[in-house]
Design a binder for this molecule. Structure first.
Ligand code: ADP
Ligand code: ZN
Length: 433
């Protein structure tokens, strides 16, 4: 029997589109009535809620951006009275001043269901023990996975980030089978496990890793799976649209299903702002169809991806987006060449003698900017032999050059010498800004 949590995953396409249109019309009318900024922008464009007759008409509506949330801070985009608000979240502020998102009880309910649907898709059941190491508090990671995990019926361990030795102790003592964290924090957990002689296959019951909140490459996923034997799943989301669980990976394709009955996706050209057809890469835009505390209409995420034009082999009808390789504002321009940190990660992970711990440092000079990549050498590969080290440096240089087209200064550093993270990691130090 189909799990009730997952029933909408397989809704026939026509039914899904009709459901989305009905919700969109209701949402636009609601937002127009209650949020002054939205009403003003619609009026400027000469568009009224009644002009939304088909889903394509969404393109007539104005966009919303993070700067709107900052300008209207704290409650200018709130559409519900305070009596209906049950919780605030704020973005973690990776890129500037935080923004504030009030949620209603219904918003939390829909979001928990979205997370529970991801968990069900990963194969997680009420028999699983879920360790949530995402931060609890204003950040959506902890509470998002917590409520979603409970909704799925898991036994949730709400440990939050940090204290890695204790994480490993409880993981073993309580028979944890699934862990939710940033991929960079899981690397840290893997380090400490190795130092303590813990082998994930032999000493733990861990089967699932639920990784998100920051970009991570296919190469990183393979590495984690190889070393630990767990299945590494991707979970995506952002505070403005609710939090983690907007989309998740099913394992049949290399992308993530978006729960389209709640979150309507579009891809736009970030320059012209025109909608792009499925298959083309651009900026991901969401309209929240079931949120009423802080609804978002055509919210520009700044995340770059594409929607697969074909149906997924798993049979779910919701569209699949390619894994997020970067935010548009993560892109570095070096010597006139566009560089994404994920390209560096993919290059480094193709060299077996180095660890997936790296840092990208850009230093301006009077002439060309210097791109330096610091990467840790594996313990086993550590050597005093200058020729061997030089040969390894050359291999890393070539791997980076191959993928990025850039000649970087490669600095090989000792194992465990680069900073680790308990949440989102900062891998780029750009001294030009
Ligand atoms: P902040 O914008 O302050 O970092 P959030 O915690 O809301 O606040 O972060 C959401 C952002 O994190 C997304 O827009 C995206 O850039 C990134 N992100 C979240 N999940 C993933 C994922 N699975 N893969 C890649 N990036 C992700
Ligand atoms: Zn699928």
């Amino acid at each position: 029997m189909l799990d009730l949590i997952s029933k909408n995953d397989f809704m026939p396409i026509e039914e899904l589109r009709a459901l989305q249109l009905g919700k969109l019309q209701k949402l636009v009318a609601y937002e127009y009535e209650r949020v002054a900024l939205f009403r003003r922008r619609c009026d400027e464009k000469g568009v009224k809620p009644r002009d939304i007759v088909t889903l394509k008409d969404i393109a007539k509506l104005p966009f919303m951006m993070k700067s709107d949330l900052r300008d209207e801070y704290p409650l200018g985009l709130t559409a519900s009275p305070m009596k209906d608000i049950v919780r605030f979240h704020c973005s973690s502020g990776t890129t500037g001043k935080p923004i504030c998102i009030p949620n209603t009880k219904g918003d939390i309910e829909v979001w928990s269901e979205a997370v529970a649907r991801c968990l069900a898709m990963y194969g997680i059941t009420e028999d699983d023990v879920l360790q949530v190491t995402y931060g609890y508090g204003l950040f959506t990671g902890g509470l998002g996975l917590h409520y979603g995990g409970e909704k799925r019926g898991c036994a949730v361990l709400p440990i939050g980030g940090g204290n890695t030795e204790k994480q490993l102790m409880l993981m073993r003592d309580l028979g944890v089978t699934a862990i939710a964290c940033t991929p960079s924090y899981f690397l840290r957990i893997m380090d400490v496990a190795r130092q303590q002689g813990i082998d994930f296959r032999r000493d733990t019951k861990l089967k699932h890793g639920i990784f998100g909140a920051e970009p991570w490459t296919d190469e990183m996923r393979e590495k984690i799976q190889d070393i630990t034997g767990i299945k590494a799943h991707d979970i995506y989301g952002l505070t403005e649209i609710s939090g983690p669980g907007v989309a998740g990976s099913c394992g049949k394709s290399n992308g993530l299903h978006i729960w389209e009955d709640h979150y309507y996706p579009e891809i736009i050209d970030p320059e012209t702002l025109e909608p792009l057809p499925d298959g083309e890469e651009g900026e991901l835009v969401f309209t929240t169809l079931d949120r009423f505390g802080t609804p978002m209409v055509r919210y520009r995420t700044r995340d770059l991806t594409r929607l697969y034009p074909e149906m997924c082999a798993c049979g779910r009808t919701s569209r699949v987006m390619a894994r997020i390789k970067a935010r548009s504002d993560d892109m570095l321009i070096i010597h006139g060449v566009n560089l994404f940190p994920s390209q560096v990660e993919a290059a480094l992970l193709s060299v077996p003698e180095v660890e997936p711990h790296y840092q990208i440092v850009i230093t301006p000079t009077d002439t060309l900017d210097i791109l330096e990549i610091k990467v840790e050498i594996k313990h086993e590969a550590f050597s005093d032999n200058v020729r061997e080290v030089e040969a390894l440096r050359k291999r890393v240089f070539d791997a980076v050059k191959n993928i990025t087209g850039l000649g970087a200064k490669i600095t090989l550093v000792e194992p465990l010498s680069l900073p680790r993270s308990e949440g989102k990691i900062k891998r780029v130090i750009d001294n030009r800004v």
